[in-house]
Design a protein around this ligand. Sequence first.
Ligand code: APR
Ligand code: PHB
Length: 397
Amino acid sequence: MQTRKTQVAIIGAGPSGLLLGLLLDKQGIDNVILERVTGDYVLGRIRAGVLEQGFAKLVREAGAAENMDTLGEVHDSVMFSFNDEEVMLNLKELTDDSVIVYGQVDITRDMMAEREKRGLETVYEANDVQPHDVKSDNPYITYEKDGFEYRLECDYIAGCDGFHGVSRQTIPDDVKTEYEKVYPFGWLGLMSDTKPINPELIYATTDRGFALASMRSQTRSRYYIQVPLEDTVEDWSDDKFWAEFKKRMPAGVRDNLITGPSIEKSIVPTRSFICEPLQYGNLFLVGDAGHIVPPTGAKGLNLAASDVSTLYKIMTRVYKEGDKTCIEQYSPIALRRIWNGVRFSWWLTDLLHDFGDQKDEFDKKMETSEIQYFLSSEEGRKVIAEQYVGLAFEDLK
Ligand code: APR
Ligand code: PHB
């Protein structure tokens, strides 16, 4: 077995691991990323496309923001519609903030390129990655690559390995508590090289179910419709998708729809999930490794950035000031913001989707009344807007 050493070992080369690695490098903190699949496979995962300014600031600090700031679109407003009633949320007026529409795959590609340009090590196709002695001051990771066994010694392990990763499994069952809610529907997403139906994103709730009109650019649209859990992509031809999506768009924009062949079509299940704590000794769970949200609030990547922000501050204090006591702050700080993001995503999902026979007619009337109450008053719109653009990241004590 070949033994190597680094300061922070990162498991996973998704957005969490890549952003953390670039930021640590900015502080001169040595890090190695161990990734199970190839870089092309990572980039083949279609994901969301709304970035909070807090995330964008971290990407700028990480030195990977050139394309995001050049090609990304700043959105000051977002539309909600109820059948044919349209309500525009002016984020800029309500919060003096905005969001950036730029594909998560694109930002991942940009961070990968920056990492490679700086000569930072990412071990792709690392097999059987296993954390060890995470409660000790000398944790290490074993893995196999090209038939050779390796031992990566480190000070800390950042588990950025997503929902199906190994890191969360390293925390003993009698130490962790997992909270989960699985929703009775999925999101069928379609990507097409067509002009978006509307300049702003549209979150549409109708008697037929939920739909979202998003985009990647002015020539590439990203659309979703809520579908039953038992549906498969094969059940949905492009024509069937376009017909249903058009019916769920409000009348004021419906005729602007330009259809075209799908360049990607997939169904994502929807769930809320949180693991507590997010830290076990010198192992930290970051991003999807510790929590999952339904895509309704566009919070997945942005909550990962929130974790990265906290762990980055902690690692900087540890290595720059020699203060190791602050590592205990990670989980409490990260969880405060995550629970808020999970609640917002759950609340918006609950209000905008058709839960079928899981809700009776009274429940549906309560939903309609609640979302219309929030959207009919400036105070109510502010509540939604400030969470949509993202709350501030918390500082260390
Ligand atoms: N060993 C090494 N790498 C692993 C292992 C393992 N045992 N298990 C998983 N991985 C890798 C995956 O291949 C993936 O590339 O960890 C990475 C985790 O990336 P993501 O799942 O994208 O999670 P994260 O980086 O936290 O990004 C969160 O991306 O997935 C979306 O919706 C999610 O928007 C959210 C954001
Ligand atoms: C997307 O563009 O993929 C997207 C945008 C907003 C969401 C979810 C997904 O809430």
